[in-house]
Design a protein around this ligand. Structure first.
Ligand code: SME
Length: 139
């Protein structure tokens, strides 16, 4: 393990690994919560550039997860009314909150170019990934 990597570099490597390994993970990134301003802020990501670097709590799929503390799987983004479109190529999305000591500090957000690719296995896998990532925030 290369301990000279910063936390953001490690998170970026995880984004890269996930997007390289799973063909329907087409945009992989992290948002982090600012509880004071009630906004999410884009962290490391891999994929198309996005204008949505700051998202208010409650807005879009990401903003809803900031409030619900629950996974959000969207099989077809065109069927969502509270959705922030990043690119017309995106057809589906999964957002899994990142808990550190029981607190929802942000989330992993994955966009896919295909309809309905995400299963319960993705949810379980990404929950595991986030549990491992949480250790980077407590060490
Ligand atoms: N689609 C998200 C916005 C973030 S982009 O997917 C990178 C949402 O509705 O919250």
């Amino acid at each position: 393990l290369n301990t000279t990597l910063s936390r953001d570099e490690k998170l970026l490597s995880i984004c890269q690994l996930l997007s390289d390994s799973i063909d329907y993970y087409n945009w992989v990134g992290f948002y982090f919560a600012n509880q004071k301003s009630k906004t999410l802020h884009l962290g490391p990501y891999v994929g198309a550039e996005t204008d949505h670097t700051v998202i208010p709590f409650g807005k879009g799929i990401c903003g809803q997860v900031a409030v619900s503390n629950e996974n959000f799987v969207v099989p077809d983004v065109s069927a969502q009314d509270n959705y922030i479109a990043c690119s017309f190529t995106v057809k589906s999305e999964i957002v899994v909150p990142l808990f550190v000591n029981g607190e929802n500090i942000g989330q992993i957000d994955i966009d896919s170019h295909v309809i309905d690719p995400f299963t319960e296995a993705d949810e379980k896998f990404l929950e595991f990934v986030n549990q491992e990532i949480a250790k980077l925030f407590t060490a």
